[in-house]
Design a protein around this ligand. Structure first.
Ligand SMILES: *Cc1c(COP(=O)(O)O)cnc(C)c1O
Length: 404
């Protein structure tokens, strides 16, 4: 397939990437999502919107983030050269702010007063609360009571940034219930507010909008890599939860002779409930308003999933990833918790970069490829920094002596 016009051609008007995507909405919300789609399609071509987003990225987020050559880590793994796109240096410490600032600016242009979302580990909540503070918008974050107890520092950050954190007390009191709760809240106040999804998932137009807002990662990285080395990388790698940091990196390289890899969490192993390797084990289905590949039970309900990285702990995947897999353009692999923690400590000790556990999945996969020696250079998206993971790592793995 020719990818030169891919971004224009996909998704189609109904939000489909091939057979995946779409918008499965309660009838009351169909007009609200149509309004968002229409506003986005107008605004994203406006020079005022584009120049404002550019200014925000440069002056507030600190973009462009650098590409860094990991010479020490590369030496440790053989002769392949490993490079990182440093999204961990983006303001708030991860790539998520890229789409949250876009969603916030869209809300502002649409005259909305409030941003509504759910959050699991709190990363999306913090990024969105940051955007709301910047734009002077209200922010309402729905979060399961269990997650609120587990993620105290992120809850504190959201509150300091001025967001209202709504505890969700029914069911398992985690992400799935928080999604239902946020959706219900949005249904009751969609005139004045906008629902901001945290990845390339959910009903159309979110998989498209979030992809477009994240595209800056790949556009910058491609140019930076060519400037540094004179060539394209042989391979690029990113971790896949919902898939936003991955689509962000991949977009600019789709039409290049570059191998592309998405990395899913194999967790503790391949049994149900031990991993979140959606594209490895999933089947087609509908979840949270979109059609994609999902980990699901015989009755179609989502399977229990697990990942050491709370940002990858999702039983679905963005529809575009399912499509890119079917096209054969992107290869989806996986790494285990153990390989991930090994990469986490090796990158920290050898390069002075403590990655998010999510990002350590991508680093682990690149290290495996490097050890196998099949490619000359690999560019990895370091989607975030690991400060948020310190307590968990120390409690479960100490200071990593067994990994050195
Ligand atoms: C949330 C998160 C992810 C996973 O989300 P994607 O949409 O798959 O990118 C990955 N890395 C970090 C640092 C995150 O915070």
């Amino acid at each position: 397939m020719d990818f030169r016009t891919y971004v224009k051609d996909y998704p189609n008007k109904e939000g489909y990437f091939g057979e995946y995507g779409g918008a499965f909405l309660p009838p009351q919300l169909i007009p609200a999502f149509a309004e968002i789609t229409e506003a986005y399609q107008t605004i994203c071509h406006s020079s005022q919107f584009i120049s404002e987003l550019r200014r925000i990225r440069k002056e507030f987020q600190g973009r462009p983030t650098p590409v860094y050559h990991c010479e020490n880590l590369s030496r440790l793994c053989g002769s392949t050269q490993i490079y990182l796109k440093r999204e961990d240096l983006n303001h708030t410490g991860a790539h998520k702010l890229n789409h949250c600032m876009g969603e916030g600016l869209l809300a502002k242009f649409m005259g909305k007063k409030k941003l509504i979302a759910e959050t699991g580990a709190g990363q999306h909540g913090v990024a969105l609360a940051t955007a709301a503070a910047f734009f002077g918008l209200e922010c309402e974050i729905h979060m399961g009571e269990v997650d609120i107890a587990k993620q105290a520092p992120n809850v504190a950050r959201m509150k300091i940034l001025g967001a209202t954190v709504v505890p969700v007390t029914h069911g398992l009191k985690t992400l799935k219930e928080a999604v239902d709760s946020a959706f219900e809240a949005y249904m009751n106040q969609y005139q004045d507010s906008i629902y901001c999804i945290g990845s390339v998932v959910g009903p159309h137009p979110f998989p498209m909008m979030v992809r477009d807002f994240q595209a800056v990662v790949g556009i910058e990285a491609r140019e930076q890599f060519i400037d540094m080395t004179g060539n394209l990388p042989d391979a690029i790698v990113a971790c896949v939860g919902g898939g936003s940091n991955a689509t962000g990196l991949f977009g600019a390289f789709l039409n290049d002779p570059v191998d592309i890899y998405g990395v899913e969490p194999m967790g503790r192993g391949s049994d149900i409930g031990d991993h979140a390797a959606t594209l490895t084990f999933g089947k087609k289905g509908i979840l949270h308003g979109f059609e994609s590949i999902l980990l699901q039970e015989a009755d179609g309900s989502p399977s229990p999933v697990y990942s050491i990285a709370s940002g990858l702990d999702y039983p679905g995947v963005g529809p575009e990833h399912a499509f890119l897999r079917d096209l054969g353009r992107v290869t989806y692999g996986s790494v285990t918790d153990d390989e991930t923690v090994d990469a986490f400590f090796k990158l920290s000790r050898n390069e002075g970069i403590i990655p998010a556990i999510e990002s350590a999945h991508a680093v682990a996969y690149a290290m495996k490829m490097a050890r196998a020696g099949a490619v000359g250079s690999i560019l990895v998206n370091c989607s975030g920094r690991g400060d948020k993971d310190m307590d968990y790592i120390i409690e479960n793995y100490g200071f990593g002596d067994k990994y050195l």
